[in-house]
Design a protein around this ligand. Structure first.
Ligand SMILES: [Zn+2]
Length: 492
């Protein structure tokens, strides 16, 4: 069969040519930018040590203020006295900032601190949150979560990594900048919310409204997010600093079935719980589409030049390898969550008597939306998958769309990237997607440039302690973060 033979021959050539092209692209994909840049400040060893020592002591004291976010708290009941005492402590601890900056209390408890710069450019804004999650298992901690204990070189305490480290890191850096008489060109805004852990609707959202009402221009916002991570990107030996360009949306969907109930002795097989269970089973077997668009795409394309050849081949040729890359990422729940909208049933309710067939059954399905995937589109897809008019679908509570994806270059991103390259040597800087929530979502009307990155090196034990037990930070880890912020302020 000469036609088939010819076809196979041509196919063979096409495959070889494609593979050679992919290998060529991978070989040519060399690092475009320097991995290290020079520091804007070069403190000597003694000064660096003094930064790390005093900063850690201040952070320790800050963790003793119990500003705890409970889901049922309202703005009037939340730790009123602790928050106001913390404000007063900040002013006492940072006297130059207290004297030179304008301090405003927003909505009773949040803080907006304005340090005027010499230039007329729009301000650079740094946000963080003063509240922490509860520590109900405090007996299991090595040292009490609010004890502010430093043992050897480590501080143990709730908020040491989320997020008093950011608040105190910024204050420490600003105070030192003033003490050294360093220039402040761009106006610096510090916005510290008091209810991030419960959504930020009283704190960050009120600060954002204040900025809009008073027409205060903000060029970009820096918030908590990823840090300098070790060994989390496969095939990459270097540390990896991820700057979050967007955060996923959040919505819960209620599925409800109403049927005739009745006596459990003569049940109708098409009862409410049966219909709902079948629907939920269909949903569990369904996955929303994966995609490798920005901000996820940038992570791979920026990291690729620094990876070993196998991974470089894979990630430099997403035009060819995207299906394979998606398959690999779908294999782990954390990596799968970075490339698609996820859904999971979190609440189920039906019945209250063992011999009564419940007339209604309902379930709450929680969705985390990939940027660009709207709540409406996800609801439509759920409706199609269920394909059962007996299941009513509605939103359970107010959801929020994923935030827009900020640009991975330009004002804000470029300076943060340069400061990372100067302060964390041999670190590859890449953009990424934050899969949990931050206060940034409350600022989408203030600026479209929002960057989520904290200047701390994270170890695996650090990561598991966030929102868990034994939250801790080391002297060196925190000192480097303060130096980073001082360096960054000089780049603005
Ligand atoms: Zn946080």
């Amino acid at each position: 069969m000469p036609v088939l033979k010819r076809f196979l021959k041509i196919l063979g050539y096409v495959i070889i040519a494609t593979l050679l092209t992919a290998m060529g692209i991978a070989l040519l994909n060399q690092p475009k930018s320097l991995i290290n840049t020079s520091k804007s400040l070069t403190p000597d060893a003694a000064y660096r040590e003094s930064i790390a020592n005093t900063a850690l002591e201040h952070l320790a004291e800050a963790t003793t203020y119990r500003i705890v976010g409970y889901d049922d708290a309202n703005n009037d009941s939340i730790n009123h006295n602790s928050i106001l005492a913390f404000h007063a402590w900040l002013k006492r601890t940072y006297p130059l900032l207290a004297a030179r900056a304008n301090w405003e209390v927003i909505n009773q408890h949040s803080l907006l601190i304005t340090l005027k710069g010499s230039s007329k450019e729009a301000a650079a804004m740094f946000i963080g949150h003063m509240d922490v999650v509860p520590a109900p298992d405090s007996a299991q901690w090595k040292h009490g979560p609010y004890s502010g204990r430093i043992v050897k070189d480590t501080l143990w305490g709730r908020g040491a990594l989320d997020d008093k480290n950011v608040v105190i890191g910024l204050m420490e850096a600003a105070e030192r900048t003033l003490a050294l008489g360093l220039p402040i060109k761009r106006t610096l805004l510090f916005g510290f919310g008091h209810d991030e852990e419960t959504g930020g609707s009283h704190g960050a959202s009120a600060i954002a409204q204040h900025l809009i009402k008073h027409r205060i221009p903000v060029a970009f916002i820096s918030d908590e997010g990823f840090g300098v991570m070790k060994g989390i990107v496969p095939g990459l030996k270097n540390d990896c600093a991820i700057i979050g360009l967007s955060e996923k949306g959040f919505v819960s969907v209620k599925l409800k079935v109403k049927q005739l109930g009745g006596h459990s002795a003569w049940p109708n097989p098409e009862n409410a719980t049966a219909i709902l269970s079948k629907g939920l089973s269909k949903l569990e077997h369904h996955q929303f589409a994966s995609n490798l668009e920005q901000p996820v795409r940038g992570l791979f394309t920026e990291a690729a030049p620094y990876m070993n050849f196998g991974y470089r081949l894979l990630f430099s040729n997403l035009w060819l390898t995207a299906p394979l890359v998606k398959m690999v990422l779908q294999g782990g729940e954390k990596t799968a969550a970075t490339i698609r909208t996820t859904h999971v049933t979190t609440i189920m309710r039906a019945g209250n008597k063992e011999n009564v067939v419940p007339p209604t059954a309902e379930a709450i399905v929680n969705l985390r939306l990939f940027p660009g995937h709207s709540i409406a589109a996800a609801m439509d897809e759920i409706k199609d998958v269920l394909n059962d008019p007996r299941i009513e679908i509605s939103t359970y509570a107010d959801g929020r769309e994923a935030t827009p994806v900020s640009a991975a270059n330009g004002d804000g991103y470029d300076q943060i990237k340069a400061a990372i390259q100067a302060n964390f040597t041999e670190t590859v800087v890449v953009p990424g997607l934050v899969i949990t929530g931050t206060d940034c979502k409350n600022y989408t009307a203030v600026t479209n440039r929002m960057y989520r990155f904290v200047p701390f090196e994270f170890s695996a034990s650090n990561l598991s302690s966030i929102h868990g037990i034994n939250e801790h930070i080391t002297r060196k880890q925190f000192g480097k973060g303060v130096e980073f912020y001082m360096d960054l302020f000089q780049r603005l």
